[in-house]
Design a protein around this ligand. Structure first.
Ligand code: EPU
Length: 458
């Protein structure tokens, strides 16, 4: 055991505030981490799976119809496992077989999603709309904020209230009820993805027509609209700022293919640029990433589209040029690719200004980038990054899914060894992450470290 590292004893836990005994403060250790040796150019091919931020909502939408829903092209990620458990506890039978998910929804699903699962995955809140409209009541634990921001629910709730729901917040739960929702016109203050989805999935079985103005336009919204339409819903304007939904009395289950994951796609594209590599991304939809790919071109990358269904190829040689990036709701530059933009800026030639407009704490993880030697200064919504030829390996911590992936990308361009703890957030969103990186030539391994050997404390 290293000096200063002692296993927590009951006595130490009882006196955590004593600064003289700081070495005995309770601490929690991740036992799994990614160990990355920097310096390799990524070269080769990767294949992208279905979108995390679509499939979770499609799974929740299965609650809208009794019978068997089948989702194909599903990503093999931890969040699918968690969402499967959410649905099982609501009475569904869920089978996951490779990239296919089968959900058997009963005539009368349960109506309560507890905190234990919702805290693990905020997307559990997307059962709110389907259960309220199908069962007339729902009780879902309030997920609270997380490492990227405060993440309110006010627009979800105001929209459902406008449709006739009574919504209260009690003991950490959002509780909603309505005999049958009615159509309404709802103006969103911001094109929130989650609020658009909850209102949309409630509106499909409401009485009358609902209009959602300033709706989110993300490809994942278009995907759920496509699935709901296949189920018998009447939705007009998918992919535009105005969604019109004529409620119907019942929906039928369907087989639906999940849209490719544009954030995973973008992560690989940036990885190619950051490492000055040459990566072909298959099963991707480059039209969902136009601004991000344009930023890479501006940075000096060659981006070649390989024809319908073939994906695209990104090559970067020599050093990337600095580019400014501003995140915005779709079709703007995605906030989920902000960590990759920071990683690129950290090794680019010149200063970049990165502006975040969606979440209020997305820059939190930049402290970890600084540990890797990145020159990043943040002020409110802005970060100024002055690029360096090389970063320098260090122990860092993944605070959310995308920060974790961004840190690994930066580690690939860091001299020496970087340990990224913990792997859990990355597992939530990136299927076969280590295998895919190794396939591209990266030196990365997933290691389990005994807790007294951890080089990182939380
Ligand atoms: N907001 C409110 N009130 C609301 C709803 C949202 O203030 O009622 C605010 C949020 O606090 C945030 C902003 O609006 O500042 C945008 O939130 P939005 O509702 O659009 O995001 P979300 O639905 O919670 C989804 C993705 C995120 C992705 C965002 C933006 C899922 C499961 N999550 O979150 O993905 O960043 O849209 O595109 O779909 C990720 O995959 O790592 C991830 C964080």
């Amino acid at each position: 055991m290293r000096p200063g590292r002692r296993r927590q004893s009951k006595a130490a836990a009882a006196t955590p505030a004593d600064p003289a005994r700081v070495d005995r403060l309770p601490y929690y250790c991740a036992v799994e981490l990614f160990r990355v040796t920097g310096g390799t150019r990524l070269v080769g091919e990767v294949t992208v799976g279905g979108a995390k931020n679509s499939v979770l909502k499609l799974m929740a939408a299965a609650l809208l119809a009794e019978g068997r829903t089948v989702l194909t092209n599903a990503p093999r990620i931890l969040d699918v496992t968690i969402m499967s458990e959410v649905l099982r506890r609501l009475g569904c039978t869920v089978g996951v077989n490779g990239e296919t998910i089968t959900i058997d929804t009963p005539a009368e699903p349960g109506t309560e999603a507890d905190y234990d699962l919702v805290r693990r995955m905020r997307a559990s809140i997307c059962v709110l709309g389907p259960l309220l409209t199908r069962c007339g009541k729902v009780k879902v634990a309030h997920p609270g904020g997380d490492a990227i921001g405060s993440r309110g629910l006010d627009m979800h709730i105001a929209g459902l209230q406008r449709m006739g729901a009574e919504v209260t917040s009690e003991h950490g739960f959002v509780i909603a009820q309505a005999d049958r929702l009615h159509g309404a016109t709802i103006w969103l203050d911001f094109p929130s993805v989650g609020a658009t989805e909850n209102i949309l999935t409630a509106a499909v079985l409401a009485k009358g027509t609902t209009v959602i103005d300033n709706a989110a336009r993300e490809p994942e919204i278009v995907d759920i609209c496509a699935m709901l339409t296949e189920m018998g819903a009447r939705i007009y304007g998918a992919g535009t700022s105005t969604l019109e939904v004529e409620g119907v009395d019942a929906l039928a289950p369907v087989i639906h293919r999940t849209v490719p994951d544009r954030i995973v796609t973008g992560t690989w594209a940036f990885a190619a640029a950051i490492t000055r590599g040459d990566v072909t991304v298959r099963n991707a939809e480059p039209s969902h990433l136009e601004i991000a790919l344009d930023k890479l071109r501006t940075a000096g990358a060659e981006v070649d589209l390989l024809g319908p269904g073939e994906g695209f190829r990104v090559r970067m040689d020599p050093r990337p040029r600095a580019v400014d990036v501003v995140t915005l709701p779709y079709p703007g530059y995605p906030t989920d690719l902000l960590p990759m933009a920071i990683a690129l800026a950290a090794v680019a030639d010149g200063p970049s200004m990165i502006t975040e407009n969606v979440f209020d704490a997305r820059f939190m993880f930049t402290n970890e980038m600084v540990r890797l030697g990145a020159d990043v200064r943040t002020d409110g919504h802005h970060a100024v990054v002055r690029g360096k030829e090389w970063l320098s390996g260090a122990p860092v911590r993944a605070t959310d899914i995308r920060a974790g992936a961004g840190l690994v990308m930066a580690a690939l361009r860091a001299a020496g060894v970087t340990e990224v703890a913990a792997v859990y957030p990355i597992d939530r969103g990136y299927p076969d992450f280590v295998a895919q990186l190794r396939g591209l030539g990266a030196e990365i391994e997933r290691v389990t470290v005994p807790d007294d050997e951890m080089s990182f404390d939380f």
